[in-house]
Design a protein around this ligand. Structure first.
Ligand code: AMP
Length: 278
């Protein structure tokens, strides 16, 4: 595995890659969720590139940019063992200059749910993903696939739109949410949770399980499902519970095969999100 910290080193390393390239962008503190993306990229491509970069432009004032877990050595080891060919770990100065051109998330999909709770987050996320995709595309892989988790559903939908709107030559591959055995969706932020908070955090996945039960009983009304989910979420501070279609438009009724049920909540000071695609 080649580890590149500069753009020159990255382009030198990717110029030697043969065939299709699978790319997995991350912010590090790698867990099984990230690994599932890396393994899938490994299975489906000739070469695999992973990036680790805690992107400052997607953190808002007062969020956890400084506290965000950084485990570069362990992450590099994990990537090496997973058969990654190139690991890109740039510094902030490598990725950003002064007075940069900005990307603004689209008005409708970008300014609901996460977009209002974390205004500006998606602009910064799209900016870094655009930069990273362009860098990996630079040496023209024969086939370029980028892997993103459904865990960040709105992010995935917005990246898919950006790739379409800006004619970027990459296939976006959505990957299933990976959970701990007790149901908690894996997240680098789970390490912030105390023992007691971790127990309360389980109510997010439990609320989605409750939604599944309701849908199986043919209860398709969004408002009823949201009401029932909120009962399960009584011990956490709910930010939103919502039902949207795959275009991220809020829907009044479940459309089987075209619905995402989303929940965001604070457990203590930790903000968690989870969702279910049905
Ligand atoms: P992050 O490091 O949080 O920016 O995540 C990097 C990528 O891993 C994103 O595409 C996430 O959606 C994905 N990811 C994070 N957690 C999970 C999970 N539990 N299951 C599947 N994918 C995940």
């Amino acid at each position: 595995m080649v580890t590149a910290n500069s753009i020159d080193d990255l382009l030198k390393a990717t110029s030697t890659l043969k065939g299709s390239v699978g790319f997995v962008p991350t912010m590090g503190a790698l867990h099984e969720g990230h690994l599932s993306l890396i393994r899938r990229a490994r299975d489906e491509n000739d070469s695999v590139v992973v990036s680790i970069f805690v992107n400052p432009t997607q953190f808002l004032e007062g969020e956890d940019l400084e506290a965000y877990p950084r485990k570069e050595e362990a992450d590099a080891k994990i990537c090496e063992l997973a058969g990654v060919d190139v690991l890109f770990m740039p510094t902030i100065d490598t990725m950003y200059g002064k007075d940069e051109l900005k990307i603004t998330a689209p008005a409708i999909r970008g300014f609901i749910l996460e977009g209002t709770k974390r205004a500006g987050h998606f602009d910064g996320m799209l900016q870094i993903v655009m930069k990273l995709l362009n860098l990996i595309a630079y040496n023209k892989p024969s086939n370029f696939n980028a892997y993103f988790g459904k865990k960040d559903a709105q992010q995935l939908v917005l990246i898919t739109q950006m790739v379409k709107n800006y004619f970027i030559n990459v296939n976006i591959v959505p990957c299933d949410v990976v959970r701990d055995s007790d149901g908690l969706a894996l997240s680098s932020r789970n390490i912030y949770l105390s023992k007691e908070e971790r127990v309360r955090a389980l109510s997010l996945s439990r609320s989605l399980k409750r939604a599944t039960e309701l849908v199986m009983q043919k209860e398709f009304s969004s408002s009823t499902i949201i009401e029932e989910m909120k009962k399960v979420l009584s011990e956490v501070e709910v930010e939103y519970v919502a039902l949207v279609n795959r275009e991220f438009e809020q829907i009044d009724r479940v459309e089987l095969g075209n619905t995402i049920i989303l929940v965001a909540a604070r457990v203590g000071t930790t903000r968690l999100i989870d969702n279910l695609w049905i």
